[in-house]
Design a protein around this ligand. Sequence first.
Ligand SMILES: [Ca+2]
Ligand SMILES: [Ca+2]
Ligand SMILES: [Ca+2]
Length: 259
Amino acid sequence: MKSILKLLHITLFLLAGTISAQAYTIDDNYIGANPTGSYSQWETADVIGLASKFQVYGMDIGFTGQNLSSVKIHTEYVKPLSDIGTSDTTLGDLFISTNGYTSGDSKTDTWLTGERWEYALVFDKHLPTSSTGSLRLYEVAYGPSGGQGNILLTNNYFKYSGSIYREFQETRINTCYTQFDLGTIGIWAIDSTNGIISFNINKNDRLTGSDFGFHWNMTCGNDTIEGGASAPVPEPGTLLLLGGGLLGLAFYTKRRTKI
Ligand SMILES: [Ca+2]
Ligand SMILES: [Ca+2]
Ligand SMILES: [Ca+2]
């Protein structure tokens, strides 16, 4: 019996070594270009305005095999639910790259530099009064010669002078271009107590791959988060060790029952 326990301990110890603790899959280290207002005051600021309203802490990305299955954004913006709508803002949509992530220079990055997005998850309600709803998948279309295509920028929402926000950040999808609508893809849910926006994604061929990028903000871009994540690849070494441990256990048990 002692030997079985020892064997189990070794197996569990080897497994534990392959799991590392981390706060978020993507920490919010992204700033972005062109804050309006007093430029020098905000140019290095992660959050423009009140952190208690706009702060984005990080994103957790979930995979089922090579399928993107969930994205969770941790932010003060939905805590409480009535914070959505602060200063005439709404929820932005979630931009996704399915061919990896290349960062632009964090402090000068706009929608035209850095990563290009292939898809977006679009809320059915951008100023929600309830905590759940449906999500649609859109193809992101860049227009020719720097045209916006179906991308809406922070500038499209803040046209009057005097508002302080981050210019030229992609924030939502223009759903008037229905040719890029790929249909319902899942549900969103907001936990307004803990400040979490969850995107729960149905299995589909388009959001399948190994390396992804993500971009999210509220429509003023007062805090924007970007980053990359990779689907987990099972390491042959880990599987061998686990398999070896289990085989050993099976062998030992068999021998004991024979005796
Ligand atoms: Ca891309
Ligand atoms: Ca960019
Ligand atoms: Ca940020």
